[in-house]
Design a protein around this ligand. Structure first.
Ligand SMILES: [Cu+2]
Length: 333
């Protein structure tokens, strides 16, 4: 590493750590920063116009979570691509249904947290600031030295910089690792971390679905379940996709307390890329079993327009909020 770059990096770290120590708010985690949205290396898929996605229920709209990728601030240091992400832990109250509100602990004001995305071999730098009122961390799955493993508590009001190489490519996740971890995850401290293979993947309509549970009465069981944060959301607001368009679904199970569940799509089959660790599918199915923290890429196309359900086939979990529709729109000629 050239010394000037080392100095720049040190200065940046010092500035950030001072921000944390001084308790200055990085409002919402993203204010005043430029975030890269949309997929710069995958632009030729047909994606329906997405309906306006206002903040709902006290968190960001699941419709926003669905297609939003955070590519970080991109910079070059010594010929390497650095992706710098800013993540702030906070708390907010969300509305699970008309009568039930829930105080979340979250990353960047949303449950799930931002979908961080890098390419294999990039250097990832996460500027982590804890304003959540308790000690929290960011334990990011992947390969890295133990000092970057996110199990050492970061006290409230303090900052930490996680830095490591993005390896291996696949669909990964991050979550808080303070005990009891079930509680910290159950309160909302989790998110997806995608590492793209160096050669990329073919163009597709790319979607993110994160399955989560809510234990509102602290009985070590979930009373509510959700895709992308809010129970039943995609039943009322179906996900629009186009007929015959390849859909690439990045799917993550972050449900605590239930050891495993399945994911099923109606009237179709999907190709499975286990943990996103392959470039060719391992098999085809219409239902897949996932333990907590398991994740896969599923690819499919719908041949016929119409509305098709998706849900875990543990039907009680589905009916408690983890259920939605794809609305397949015809391609007009
Ligand atoms: Cu925590």
């Amino acid at each position: 590493m050239a010394s000037s770059s080392v100095e720049t990096s040190k200065l940046m770290r010092r500035r950030f750590l001072q921000l944390g120590a001084g308790g200055l708010a990085l409002a919402g985690g993203a204010a005043g920063l430029q975030w890269w949205r949309g997929n710069p290396w995958n632009s030729s898929a047909q994606i329906p116009p997405v309906p306006a996605a206002p903040t709902v229920g006290g968190t960001v709209s699941p419709m926003q979570v669905l297609r939003e990728f955070d590519y970080g601030r991109v910079k070059q240091e010594n010929g390497r691509t650095i992706r710098e992400f800013e993540v702030v832990v906070g708390t907010s109250t969300i509305q699970l249904n008309r009568t039930t509100s829930f105080i979340t602990w979250n990353y960047n004001g949303r449950v799930p947290g931002p979908t961080l995305r890098a390419k294999a071999g990039d250097r990832v730098r996460v500027l982590f600031l804890n304003k959540g009122g308790h000690a929290h961390t960011m334990h990011i799955h992947g390969m890295h030295p133990d000092g970057m493993d996110g199990i050492k508590p970061v006290a409230n009001g303090k900052a930490f910089i996680y830095e490591f190489d993005a390896e291996p490519y696949g669909v990964h996740l991050y979550h808080c690792h303070i005990a009891p971890v079930t509680r910290h995850i159950g309160k909302g401290l989790y998110g997806m971390f995608i590492i793209d293979p160096p050669e990329g993947r073919p163009p597709a309509d790319e979607l993110v679905l994160v399955m989560g549970g809510y234990d509102v009465n602290q009985d070590q069981r979930n009373e509510h379940y959700a895709f992308n944060g809010l129970p039943h959301y995609y039943m009322e607001h179906p996900i629009q996709i186009y007929q015959n368009q390849l859909v690439r679904l990045y799917l993550l199970n972050m449900i605590e307390f239930d050891p495993a569940l399945t994911f099923h799509i109606h009237a179709n089959f999907f190709q499975v890329y286990p943990t996103g660790r392959t470039l060719t599918p391992s098999h085809e199915s219409d239902v897949i079993t996932m333990g907590t923290a398991e994740r896969h890429i599923l690819e499919f196309k719908y041949a016929f327009p119409g509305k098709y359900m998706f849900h875990p086939h543990q039907d009680g979990i589905a009916e408690a909020g983890c259920m939605g529709f794809f609305n397949v729109l015809p391609i007009s000629s």
